[in-house]
Design a binder for this molecule. Structure first.
Ligand SMILES: *[C@@H]1O[C@H](CO)[C@@H](O)[C@H](O)[C@H]1NC(C)=O
Ligand SMILES: *[C@@H]1O[C@H](CO)[C@@H](O)[C@H](O)[C@H]1NC(C)=O
Ligand SMILES: *[C@@H]1O[C@H](CO)[C@@H](O)[C@H](O)[C@H]1NC(C)=O
Ligand SMILES: *[C@@H]1O[C@H](CO)[C@@H](O)[C@H](O)[C@H]1NC(C)=O
Ligand SMILES: *[C@@H]1O[C@H](CO)[C@@H](O)[C@H](O)[C@H]1NC(C)=O
Ligand SMILES: *[C@@H]1O[C@H](CO)[C@@H](O)[C@H](O)[C@H]1NC(C)=O
Ligand SMILES: *[C@@H]1O[C@H](CO)[C@@H](O)[C@H](O)[C@H]1NC(C)=O
Ligand SMILES: *[C@@H]1O[C@H](CO)[C@@H](O)[C@H](O)[C@H]1NC(C)=O
Ligand SMILES: *[C@@H]1O[C@H](CO)[C@@H](O)[C@H](O)[C@H]1NC(C)=O
Ligand SMILES: CC(=O)N[C@H]1CO[C@H](CO)[C@@H](O)[C@@H]1O
Length: 686
């Protein structure tokens, strides 16, 4: 406590209007002029609300503050520090939320500033919206508005003096509640969303003075409001300038709030619009209302925020031998078609509603013909022909420049373009032909074969587009015209002109109506042969002399029987030329051959190894041993010879050699042990 005569003073500095608040707490041993006054004097009349002892209970232990209010112990009482937007003794009151733009009405409110603020000030509020644009707040003096706060792309934007401006980094148009604050201090203006600083800028000072107006949600005139994105739609709560409140509801005109001057179409609370009232979900989708928004639960096979997309292909509109593809509008059935060189030509016409520029042509092609027409159409002097010439793809286009309507005065441009590689190899090839600058009236044309962009061919001259094919022209596939020949043998995928299909299916071939506005319609009577198959090249078998035919799409290959050669196996050849005898010598024998096998091999082609011991001749139980080209016999005891037939004679040492093996002293030679049988009295080898 204060010593030496110091005055005990509440830190909330007192002035004449508010006297010193009374001391709360305990004192003991207080002497004045060496005289004990406390606790001695407390009984006197001047002691009000003083009691002996020093009992104390922390009232904060009761947790009296609601809504996350912070409790401060004040000895005999407590105080709640309330987080915004709550207030009241126990933080039990919430600022009334103001709803702007309910059901899209124009709404705004205006307040008057009643005190002069210094150069530094702050504006803060809670905000909830799903709109990307709209005026939040404006400050105005008698002659002009000098501060605007509005939403741009869902981000809070502020402009001071119609000059210095700031834009938040994060968008707040997500339908959640956001705390936004603007602070002007020391010539810097800073913008915060929650606690995060979004941006700041240096500003020249402004004086917010008594009598200035604060507009919220919009201005009086809608055209000035529209400069800032129109009227605000959403909710605002607990709006403050410094610590002064701008209350839209309740007549709490306390000294802490600025008076409300005007309030138009602002309602209390924050209920959202009934966004489902207008049935926004299409195709039978169910609408669920969310705050100022809706959600559609789409029935099967539909999608999109409003169930506006029908997944047409899941409704199986195409026959099984075709492939369904989704279009912007509806679907189309894609397939391959076979042309049999029999003069069948398909023809198409635009349905009269084609409005896009036809600047490209795409198709897949498979043929072995080296000269054939693929696509052809002509109108007056204009024509396009896509053909195969000498194996190479070739396009020739002569198109009118200028619009079709100005017929007569138009010139023509001619473009020709051919592929660098042959396409008549019986394989599939993809063909893309397009104007290099599709937006221009004329440009070079590009040909891309098999997606090989690096190898693309580009025309030398500039040509116009294919708009002359939009209507009133027959477009032929598979030949020049019904009878001009040059017809195609092979297959075509679905041809696309400017991205619009020339379908192989008429409207009676598909299960659902076609919805697309722009269509080409088949005008030839004969339905195309669907799928891709070659002609019956193996029927009857073209391979002679037992050769087997292999169908290679409009061509065949013969696998000839031995001794025969040629495309159709018609030439007889040396039957031994292919060295058919693996381990032996070959000799021609009529239309076939004979093999003489080397030892150890057998079979027609001497390709079978023989087991040489199988019929061996080893006698007397001799064992047969496999050798590289013959066998050997391992003979038993007492037999010898290559086949163990000869008995083995016992070796006689004494036999013929007896005379040379001399035993001395009357010893007799014996075969038994090579030793001499010695007469009594003699020993030794001899
Ligand atoms: C209030 O909203 C209604 C409905 O949108 C509108 O007709 C009326 O003009 C609005 N009032 C003012 C003062 O703008
Ligand atoms: C109103 O504010 C503008 C911009 O701050 C200022 O130029 C103008 O002098 C002010 N007018 C009055 C009457 O205060
Ligand atoms: C056309 O044939 C090609 C090659 O066999 C095949 O990949 C493609 O799927 C076929 N297209 C259609 C629509 O059936
Ligand atoms: C069609 O092409 C012309 C140029 O020939 C261009 O002026 C026009 O904008 C194009 N239209 C579309 C829809 O692209
Ligand atoms: C072909 O033209 C159409 C219409 O202009 C366009 O949508 C499509 O993308 C083009 N296709 C190619 C491969 O250029
Ligand atoms: C044609 O048949 C012969 C003999 O069977 C074979 O060697 C050749 O590779 C085949 N050619 C093709 C293109 O299949
Ligand atoms: C194969 O021919 C060669 C040379 O005419 C001859 O030397 C050899 O004995 C023959 N072989 C057989 C198994 O007939
Ligand atoms: C005995 O051996 C000698 C030499 O080893 C030989 O020359 C002689 O002929 C042999 N005698 C007889 C009878 O074989
Ligand atoms: C050697 O043989 C002779 C004649 O057969 C015999 O009389 C003699 O006793 C034999 N000598 C010995 C040592 O066995
Ligand atoms: C296996 C066999 O028959 N061995 C005979 C070889 O010849 C001698 C002498 O004649 C005999 O004693 C063996 O028994």
């Amino acid at each position: 406590l204060c010593q030496n005569g110091g005055l005990l003073q509440d830190s909330n500095s007192p002035n004449e209007d508010s006297p010193l608040p009374a001391f709360i707490g305990c004192m003991q041993d207080v002497f004045v002029d060496w005289q004990l006054v406390v606790p001695e004097d407390w009984r006197s009349d001047s002691a009000v609300n003083v009691s002996p002892g020093c009992s104390h209970r922390d009232r904060c232990l009761d947790v009296p503050c609601q809504n996350r209010g912070k409790c401060v112990n004040q000895w005999q009482s407590y105080q709640c520090r309330c987080p915004r937007p709550y207030e009241g003794q126990d933080c039990e009151e919430e600022h009334v939320t103001a709803r702007f733009g309910n059901e899209d009405s124009h709404s705004y409110a205006a307040f008057t500033v009643t005190d002069d603020l210094d150069e530094d000030f702050s504006i803060s509020l809670f905000l909830r919206t799903r709109r990307h644009h709209g005026l939040l707040l404006a400050l105005a003096n008698s002659s002009s508005q000098y501060l605007h706060m509005w939403l741009e792309d869902g981000k809070v934007t502020v402009q001071l003096n119609n000059f210095e401006s700031l834009k938040a980094e994060s968008a707040i148009d997500d339908g959640e509640v956001h705390f936004v604050s603007l602070e002007v201090a020391e010539h810097r203006m800073s913008l915060y969303v929650a606690a995060e600083k979004q941006a700041d800028v240096e500003v020249t000072a402004v004086d917010v003075q008594a009598g200035h107006a604060v507009y919220v949600g919009g201005l009086l005139e809608s055209w000035t409001t529209s400069v800032f994105g129109g009227y605000f739609k959403g909710c605002i709560q607990d709006l403050r300038i410094n610590d002064r409140q701008l209350q839209f509801f309740g007549l709490g005109t306390s000294a802490r709030s600025y008076p409300l001057e005007l309030r138009e179409n602002v309602t209390a609370g924050c209920s959202g619009d009934n966004a489902c009232a207008t049935n926004p979900c299409l195709n039978g989708g169910m609408c669920y209302s969310m705050w100022d928004d809706f959600k559609c639960t789409c029935p099967p096979k539909t999608a999109g925020p409003r169930c506006e997309e029908v997944r047409w292909c899941e409704l199986s509109p195409c026959s099984t031998d075709s492939e369904c593809r989704m279009l912007n509008q509806g679907y189309e059935c894609y397939s391959n078609a076979t042309f049999l060189n029999d003069g069948t030509v398909l023809s198409y016409r635009g349905n009269g509603h084609i409005s896009r520029n036809l600047t490209n042509l795409s198709l897949n092609l498979r043929t072995r013909k080296r000269n054939t027409a693929i696509v052809h159409a002509e109108k007056g002097s204009a024509f396009i022909t896509l053909s195969v010439q000498g194996g190479f793809l070739f396009m020739e286009l002569q198109s009118p420049t200028g619009e079709e309507e100005e017929e007569g005065e138009q010139g023509v441009t001619t473009v020709s373009l051919s592929s660098r590689t042959s396409v008549s190899d019986g394989e599939w090839h993809s063909v893309h032909l397009f104007m290099t600058a599709p937006w221009a009236p004329t440009s070079r044309w590009t040909l891309v074969l098999d997606e090989e962009i690096e190898d693309a061919g580009i025309s030398r001259s500039q040509g116009g587009n294919l708009n002359f094919l939009r209507q009133g022209v027959d477009i032929f596939l598979g030949g020049m015209a019904p009878d001009a020949g040059w017809s195609l043998a092979g297959c075509l995928g679905t041809v696309e002109l400017g991205g619009i299909a020339l379908p192989y299916f008429s409207s009676s071939d598909v299960n659902l109506p076609r919805l697309q506005e722009e269509q080409f319609i088949q005008t030839s009577q004969q339905p195309p042969l669907l799928g891709c198959s070659g002609g019956p090249v193996c029927e009857p078998n073209p391979c002679l002399n037992g050769g087997q035919c292999q169908d290679l799409f409009n061509t065949y290959n013969c696998s000839c029987a031995a001794g025969w050669e040629g495309r159709r196996c018609s030439f007889f050849t040396d039957t031994c030329a292919s060295s058919p005898c693996v381990h032996g010598n070959c000799s021609v024998n009529g239309i076939t051959y004979d093999c003489t096998c080397v030892a150890g091999y057998a079979g027609d082609d001497c390709d079978e190894e023989v087991d040489m011991c199988e019929n061996h001749l080893c006698a007397h139980g001799g064992t047969c041993l496999h050798g590289p080209d013959r066998y050997a016999c391992l003979c038993p005891e007492n037999y010898t010879g290559s086949l163990c037939i000869r008995p083995k004679l016992p070796v006689s040492v004494c036999g013929d050699d007896t005379r040379n093996y001399t035993c001395f002293n009357g010893g007799n030679c014996t075969d038994r042990d090579l030793y001499c049988d010695c007469p009594p009295g003699f020993i030794g080898h001899r």
